[in-house]
Ligand binder design. Structure first.
Ligand SMILES: *Cc1c(COP(=O)(O)O)cnc(C)c1O
Length: 476
């Protein structure tokens, strides 16, 4: 077993809180482990960071929080009160927005499956939707015809050319097929005459700035092509996938990754449980492929990432200028990146034991579904909050959870604690608001979901359950 540190970036509120340990012990005693803690002030800061970039380039813009990244409804309330929108992926998420009182124009529906119930609801409340395929168009047309209404729509695009190759996505219309779709069907005589075309949308997989720039310029060309046919485009929505950075040190990140690759050698210690390669493949003694992990360390993130896109050029033309010239509103749908530093997850130590190979396993009152994303491991060191300060004793451990599965390791990585862990100590996973706490959370074994607490007052550290928070704010 060998520990390679991955030191987290800590927002001052998280540092302050971790120094006020008694408070966290009180919350855990009251609500039981695990708890998720949300700070809406940080959510507001992230929103302002994006807004400042748009303002710098004097761009018309609209920010939509991609709700799927965290289920706390208080974030929807915060988006409303800060004056930005919400991107929704299901009827449940759409209904939450209406209940919280978002203006329909501040909701966008990019749901991968839009059934009749969802479309009827959107039409009834006049919530614009993003169209993905012909069957969706037909269903929307049917619903609109039945109620003699119209609806504002956007079209999702894919298949952009980048470095001579088409970027694959299972979502959206091929960008080359959209002009005939519009000119044949979205006209007064066409079959979709009750659609009000407003704009284009895309969401690219991965985190490439260059691919996003290619997609923007190709969409601008499309806008120019359809304009003579009477189609005015008012917005371009470039989706999410804006990077965020979790870690303080590039060196730690590269050291960990090379140690991970090297660990397969017989004479090396494991750095992950049983030398798990996090998605790389071992073939004839050689490690191939890339680890299937989020780039937890990166240098261009959040506002800086957006700024790089806007200030990019193609054929000497600036992205922001081309959008401005045409009066296009640029929209983004950040999920993860607008939740940077917004949340932490705290769990209590239930037991310590040595496994048959001599590893120290630390059982936490939580399970893996409460700390899982698409990344093969959450590569960020947690904070250790011991009940009592004991004599320093560096101790390498693995955190395991409550599922009766061999695989229920909360982190695959070996972690080092500054003293020997005791039953009742706490472990605080930082920066978990984006996807980690909710996206894969399950109730297997009948375990209750983690408690979601929202900081109501930062000065007094008053916390409320998510439900109580947004209900109390709505009723005021
Ligand atoms: C997932 C998703 C987002 C948010 O992506 P992040 O990487 O969390 O910023 C935005 N828009 C759409 C359509 C998505 O599917």
């Amino acid at each position: 077993m060998k520990y390679f540190p991955l030191t987290p970036i800590l927002h001052p509120w998280i540092e302050e809180l971790s120094k006020d340990k008694d408070l966290i012990f009180d919350w855990i005693n009251e609500h039981n482990s695990p708890i998720n803690l949300i700070n809406l002030d940080t959510f507001a800061e992230n929103f302002q960071e994006f807004k400042a970039v748009f303002d710098k380039y004097e761009l018309k813009h609209k920010i939509f929080f991609a709700r799927k990244s965290n289920k706390s409804k208080s974030l929807v309330w915060a988006a409303k009160s800060l004056g930005f929108g919400v991107d929704t992926a299901s009827i449940h998420e759409v209904k939450d927005c209406i209940e919280i009182g978002l203006n329909p124009e501040s909701i966008t529906v990019t749901a991968a499956i839009k059934n009749k119930e969802l479309i009827e609801y959107a039409v009834k409340h006049q919530i614009p939707i993003i169209l993905d395929n012909d069957d969706e168009c037909d269903l929307l047309h049917e619903v609109l015809s039945a109620s003699s209404s119209t609806l504002k729509v956007g079209i999702r695009l894919s298949g952009f050319l980048h470095n001579g190759k088409k970027l694959y996505s299972r979502f959206g219309y091929d960008v080359t097929k959209v002009k005939p779709l519009l000119t044949n069907h979205f006209t007064a005589q066409g079959k979709y005459s009750n659609f009000i075309f407003e704009g284009f949308h895309f969401h690219l997989n991965g985190y490439s700035i260059a691919e996003r720039v290619s997609a923007i310029f190709q969409t601008i060309s499309l806008m120019d092509e359809i304009k003579p046919y009477g189609f005015h485009t008012s917005y371009l929505d470039i989706g999410g996938g804006i990077l965020m950075n979790y870690l303080t040190s590039k060196e730690e990140w590269t050291d960990f990754l090379s140690a991970l690759k090297e660990s397969v050698k017989d004479d090396r210690d494991e750095v992950t449980f049983q030398k798990d390669l996090l998605g790389m493949v071992l073939h004839d003694g050689h490690v191939t492929g890339e680890p299937k992990i989020y780039p937890y360390y990166n240098t261009i993130s959040q506002g800086g990432f957006l700024e790089q896109i806007l200030s990019s050029t193609s054929d000497g033309k600036f992205c922001h200028e081309e959008l401005n010239k045409r009066g296009i509103e640029l929209r983004i749908e950040p999920g993860r990146s607008i939740l940077a530093q917004v949340g932490v997850t705290v769990a209590r130590v239930a037991y310590r034991k040595y496994d048959i190979d001599g590893r120290l396993l630390v059982g936490l009152e939580m399970n893996k579904s409460q700390m899982t994303s698409a990344s093969a491991d959450f590569l960020v060191d947690p904070l250790f909050l011991p009940k009592d300060e004991l004599a320093p004793e560096l101790t390498e451990v693995y955190f395991v959870g409550g599922y009766c599965l061999e695989q229920d390791f909360i982190l695959k990585r070996c972690i080092r604690l500054p003293q020997f862990p005791q039953v009742g100590d706490l472990v605080c996973f930082v920066n978990t608001a984006g996807y980690m706490m909710h996206f894969y959370e399950r109730q297997a074994h009948g375990f209750e979901y983690a408690k979601n607490l929202v900081i109501g007052n930062k000065r007094t550290w008053e916390v409320l359950s998510d439900e109580k928070f947004w209900e109390s704010r709505l009723n005021n």
